[in-house]
Design a protein around this ligand. Structure first.
Ligand code: SF4
Ligand code: SF4
Ligand code: SF4
Length: 292
């Protein structure tokens, strides 16, 4: 059986794996995972290692697992055709125990929703099996380079096994774990999407190597443009032509998702999520609802 048909029971209903459904099927993100274990230079939520356990400024908007049931009940009333529930941060989903608690709640109370997760992949080797056991179906891993010399310019440091690794050393650990974790998740039957942020000055020529390396394991790749901010605020966004050229090159190896506008530009699903969060007294910036 080929990759497409093996996963078709999920990909035919998941809006992030099927462009044609992108505007038709509802999905919700539960912002239960505030902490992050790496520091991407484009992420305004990057934090210094001495506050690794906290992400000041986002805690007020974080949903607690005990509030998930009520929140989802509200969402189901308001979002038509809701089929997918995702945990996508605002930090790294796998670095927060609340992610696993939340999936257990969903299994218990909302067993019909498809469970989805987005991660930087650092802890995926450790948790791939646990995710499969929790009946998570789809995992998005953000892979921005598979060469430490390139990734070191995108990620400042990586916090792993209670230690901070900087520069190339940290980048190497992240890449190794991403590849190992993706293979493991694939073997566990999870459907894998690769998100890649295209940063013209850094990974324009390199992104195709990511597609080549992961072609046997990824179902789809979603290349998204850099939004210049934080330590990358002086870098430029890719042009549409650069985006399309890179997607065309990668398409030779992995099917490309071309409908993604990034959630911040996706008013429908996310605005209603933000509105409901606000009604519940959680003043979460729409930015925080989506992991890159
Ligand atoms: Fe889509 Fe990613 Fe959210 Fe899953 S976590 S529903 S793939 S945006
Ligand atoms: Fe962490 Fe995601 Fe921000 Fe990178 S983009 S620092 S993985 S929250
Ligand atoms: Fe759709 Fe937003 Fe996911 Fe892009 S990031 S695929 S716009 S839900």
């Amino acid at each position: 059986m080929d990759k497409m048909s093996k996963f078709s029971h999920i990909t035919k209903v998941h809006p992030c794996y099927n462009e044609k459904l992108h505007d038709k099927i509802g999905r919700v993100h539960l912002p239960v995972a505030p902490k992050c274990n790496i520091a991407c230079r484009f992420c305004k939520r990057s934090i210094s290692e001495d506050c690794c356990e906290h992400r000041p400024g986002v805690s007020h908007g974080v949903l607690k697992p005990e509030d998930v049931e009520d929140y989802l009940k509200e969402i189901i009333k308001k979002v038509p055709n809701l089929k997918v529930v995702g945990i996508a941060g605002p930090g790294d989903s796998l670095f927060n125990k609340e992610t696993f608690e939340t999936f257990e709640i969903i299994n218990d109370k909302f067993p019909d929703l498809i469970k989805c997760l987005s991660t930087n992949g650092l802890l995926l080797p450790k948790y791939a099996k646990k995710l499969a056991d929790l009946d998570v179906k789809t995992v998005t891993v953000t892979v921005n380079a598979i060469d430490p010399k390139i990734l070191k310019d995108i990620v400042d440091w990586v916090y792993y096994d209670k230690k901070v690794y900087r520069g190339e050393e940290g980048a190497k650990i992240l890449i190794e774990n991403q590849i190992k974790g993706i293979k493991k998740a694939y073997d566990e039957g999870l459907i894998i999407k690769i998100n890649t942020v295209l940063i013209p000055e850094i990974n324009l020529e390199h992104v195709v190597e990511i597609a080549k390396t992961l072609k046997d394991y990824a179902y789809i790749q979603n290349i998204i443009p850099l939004i210049p901010m934080y330590k990358m605020k002086n870098l430029r966004r890719p042009t549409c032509m650069e985006m399309n050229t890179v997607k065309d090159k990668c398409e030779e190896y992995i099917k490309q998702f071309r409908a993604c506008q990034q959630c911040r530009a996706d008013a429908v699903g996310l605005l209603s999520e933000a509105k409901i969060l606000k009604e519940k007294g959680l003043n979460l910036d729409i930015y925080d609802l989506k992991h890159f």
